[in-house]
Design a protein around this ligand. Structure first.
Ligand code: HEC
Ligand code: HEC
Length: 197
């Protein structure tokens, strides 16, 4: 059942992959204001709350797919149940176009760079080939999310959830990829990514 629904969600996203227009983004901005996404995800899509993801500049296909997973109760985050309730696929695409169009920069709360952690994080990222999917600048592509410009605490939290099989996405690649990494390893990766330009 779960696999079938996830398959359906992935097919839907593939089918919906029309190029976003400025009109979509404008409709998405109005809907985001109506549903108050900024209360949690921050003004301009830049999160000011610990463990809360920024959405600015996130890949539109990734946002679309995650919103479908939230709407269908397949990615279970209680706080996202209400914001996703009753949205049409079209609404979701508009929201995705809006957030994808917002400019992103390294997160303002990223703190001072720690060279030891950065070196360790870069090594682990190279060994595990993170850039193969997330791209060399970590900006992501299609359903692979941007993982630079993100809050460090959210990156750590989401990697721990994948590793511990508490978050199972539309594909389970991330769960296997982080298998065997310790909390200090993930801390180093999160720090390295959060410091990327
Ligand atoms: C009450 C707070 C709250 C509101 C309002 C809210 N969200 Fe969220 N959102 C969350 C939380 C919490 C998470 C997930 C954090 C986690 O995975 O632990 C999340 C995750 C997401 C994600 C996945 C991001 C990622 O990087 O994986 C998307 C996309 C998203 N929200 C979009 C929206 C949109 C669009 C709206 C408005 C329609 C919205 N959210 C409103 C709390 C909120
Ligand atoms: C084979 C392709 C692939 C590789 C290699 C890969 N990822 Fe991912 N990653 C994905 C996909 C696809 C998702 C979205 C999965 C989902 O739907 O939850 C993702 C999601 C993530 C997220 C969640 C972001 C968010 O906003 O919630 C983080 C963090 C992440 N990856 C970090 C990494 C790191 C660090 C590495 C290297 C250790 C890595 N990834 C390697 C494909 C990949």
């Amino acid at each position: 059942m779960r696999a079938a629904l996830l398959g359906a969600a992935a097919t839907l996203v593939a089918a919906l992959a029309l190029p976003a227009t400025a009109q979509d983004a404008t409709r998405g901005a109005a809907l985001a204001a109506e549903r108050n996404c900024a209360a949690c995800h921050g003004a301009g899509g830049i999160s000011a709350i610990p463990h809360m993801p920024s959405l600015a500049g996130q890949q539109a296909d990734y946002i679309t797919l995650q919103m479908i997973l939230f709407r269908e109760g397949l990615r279970q985050v209680p706080a996202m149940a209400e914001p996703a309730r009753g949205l049409s696929d079209r609404n979701i695409e508009d929201l995705a176009a809006h957030f994808a169009s917002l400019p992103s920069t390294p997160h303002p709360e990223r703190g001072t760079p720690n060279p030891t952690l950065i070196t360790r994080g870069a090594e682990l990222s190279a060994t595990r080939n993170c850039q193969a999917c997330h791209l060399p600048d970590y900006s992501g592509r299609a359903n692979v999310p941007r993982i630079n410009h993100q809050r460090e605490d959210f990156l750590l939290h989401s990697m721990q959830e994948y590793r511990d099989n508490q978050r199972v996405g539309a594909d389970t690649q991330m769960n296997g990829l982080l298998h065997g990494l310790t909390n200090p390893d993930l801390t180093a990766i999160a720090h390295y990514l959060a410091q990327r330009p």
